[in-house]
Write a protein that binds this ligand. Sequence first.
Ligand code: ADP
Length: 153
Amino acid sequence: MRIGVFPGSFDPITIGHEDLVRRALPLFDKLVVAIGVNSGKKYLFELEQRLAWLRAVFADEPGVEVTFYEGLTANFCHSIGARFILRGLRSSSDFEYEKTISQLNTSLAAEVDTIFLISRPAYSHISSSIVRELIRVGALDEVRAFIPKAVQL
Ligand code: ADP
């Protein structure tokens, strides 16, 4: 079985994440969208809330499983028999960052390779951090254009 893992914080999920998952689905038998929990990091939304939104967004996709993990992404992949990590690239700065992480993951788990999909041009400016910033300043109408309909703030 070809299992992929799409790791992230999803704080919150955006239409950029959703698009990436739907485009990548044909590559895998199962795609595990997994929230990486880092106890040292402050999140805007609780883990349970972020999981509930991911489950709602992908309720129509039997090939998608939603979960969370603690510790190294490479260890999580190894533990569930996943050979592939999915990541998105929006810009050259994403590329530089992702290259390092990808090489690190392959050195930690030799069987795990990262598959990159380039973001759609219309979504390349969308990020969870922009969404959080808009929420912080109360621009909720503007936020709706960036998040899936299933996400009710
Ligand atoms: P992290 O906290 O690990 O950066 P994110 O939840 O911010 O996780 O993002 C997870 C993945 O989704 C990353 O690979 C990121 O490049 C990708 N991604 C985020 N936004 C977009 C977008 N608008 N288009 C394509 N990929 C995206």
